[in-house]
Design a protein around this ligand. Structure first.
Ligand code: SF4
Length: 378
């Protein structure tokens, strides 16, 4: 069974598992809401019956009953109001989730990248946005985007910050994939290829912006070794004279201009059968923004190639070091993700059309933000 086939099966299995758990969650929430309403009704009836009994037994007069009944009624109304709000909130969540699950059954035509000539894929403005600018929302209010695009503020990336390490990692991965492809295409033996490329490690670290960094050189060597190992395993298993498996093309250029995105978008890697691959530094933390980014690339690829792009992979590297831990997250690029990307894009365009910058995020700013100094002065 081919690699892509296995990945597709895994994606399908994960999707089915996720949907099952969501249906159970929805059922649980509905049961909770019904139980809450039922228990309030029971409480109300019990209090009322108790009061009537007291009157009948002569332990209480009608005035007291009316007074206590009024208090219970007002209290009950407040509870119903409060509870109704909670129930509505839950039901809204349930309905949204149910709609979302239904949407995931397939990708409607109007959410394919090739539908760029009509809403909702058609953009309100053309600003040549990057997918990361739109999807990752480093600044929740898009203030960074406004500063960069409207005032021409240049980001200051501090050495050693997460953004700096992310850039170094991308450069090293690109170099390793390209180098391995290039030597294998020339027919160099795998062990000899490793000797040649291992000697380039320090140079590649310098080119990635981390001169003299042992971790960066070690990371490059490890990736090269992994890729050569996969290639050697494939050529040993399948035999023949061919070069066997080759690393997929990296930094794949795609024109996202029909969607209001940059004409020079770069997909980290394009796997077999058009699977979009994104590399990320760190481990998966349940943050859906990376998935939304994949949807952006999928839409751009669909607009350019006019073929459906439904699957993606997010490859997480725990660190830039000689022994990174790697986790691969398969993603089905469903309608919900596409819609979220398009909503983010429209919001970013609206922000850029405003004459004044948007406010700062209510949750405060990290000093690692590359616009921190300039942003505080605006
Ligand atoms: S400093 Fe805060 S408000 Fe300014 S761009 Fe960065 S995250 Fe946004």
């Amino acid at each position: 069974m081919g690699k892509t086939q296995k990945q597709s099966n895994r994606v399908r299995e994960n999707k089915a598992r996720e949907e099952d758990s969501r249906y159970y969650l929805n059922g649980f929430v509905v049961c909770c809401c019904v139980l809450w309403c039922f228990s309030f009704l029971v409480l109300f009836v019990v209090v009322f019956l108790l009061l009537v009994c007291l009157v009948l037994l002569g332990l209480c007069c009608w005035d007291v009953l009316v007074f206590v009944g009024g208090v219970v009624f007002v209290f009950g109304c407040s509870l119903v109001w409060l509870g109704g709000g909670v129930v509505l909130f839950w039901f809204r969540g349930v309905l949204r989730r149910v709609c979302w699950v239904r949407e995931r059954e397939g990708v409607p035509e109007e959410l394919r990248g090739w539908a760029w000539d009509r809403f909702p894929v058609r953009p309100r403005g053309f600003f040549g946005l990057g997918v990361s600018e739109v999807a990752y929302r480093y600044c929740a209010t898009f203030r960074d985007l406004w500063l960069r695009r409207r005032l021409g503020v240049r980001p200051v990336v501090r050495r050693g910050s997460p953004i700096w390490w992310g850039r170094v990692m991308h450069c090293l991965l690109d170099a390793a994939f390209r180098d391995v492809r290039s030597v294998l295409e020339k027919g160099v033996e795998h062990w000899r290829a490793y000797e040649i490329l291992s000697g380039l490690a320090w140079r590649r670290a310098g080119e990635a912006g981390a001169p003299g960094c042992g971790d960066a050189a070690g990371f490059y060597r490890s990736i090269v070794l992994m890729l050569l190992g996969s290639s050697l395993a494939s050529s040993c298993m399948h035999g023949g004279e061919g070069v066997g498996w080759l690393p997929p093309p990296t930094e794949y250029r795609v024109d996202g201009s029909p969607l209001g995105l940059s004409s020079q978008l770069r997909v980290d890697a394009l796997g077999e059968s058009g699977v979009v691959v994104e590399f990320k530094l760190g481990m998966p933390n349940g943050d859906g923004r990376h998935r939304v980014g994949l949807a952006g690339y999928a839409l751009a690829l669909e607009a350019e190639l006019e073929i459906p792009v439904d699957y993606g992979l997010i490859v997480y590297f725990s660190s830039v070091s000689s022994r990174p831990r790697i986790k691969v997250e398969p993603v089905f690029i469903h309608a919900g993700l596409r819609r979220e990307f398009l909503e983010n894009r429209d919001e970013a365009i609206d922000v850029l059309m405003q004459p004044r910058p948007p406010g700062k995020p209510p949750r405060g700013c990290s000093k690692d933000c590359p616009y921190y100094e300039q942003c505080m002065q605006v």
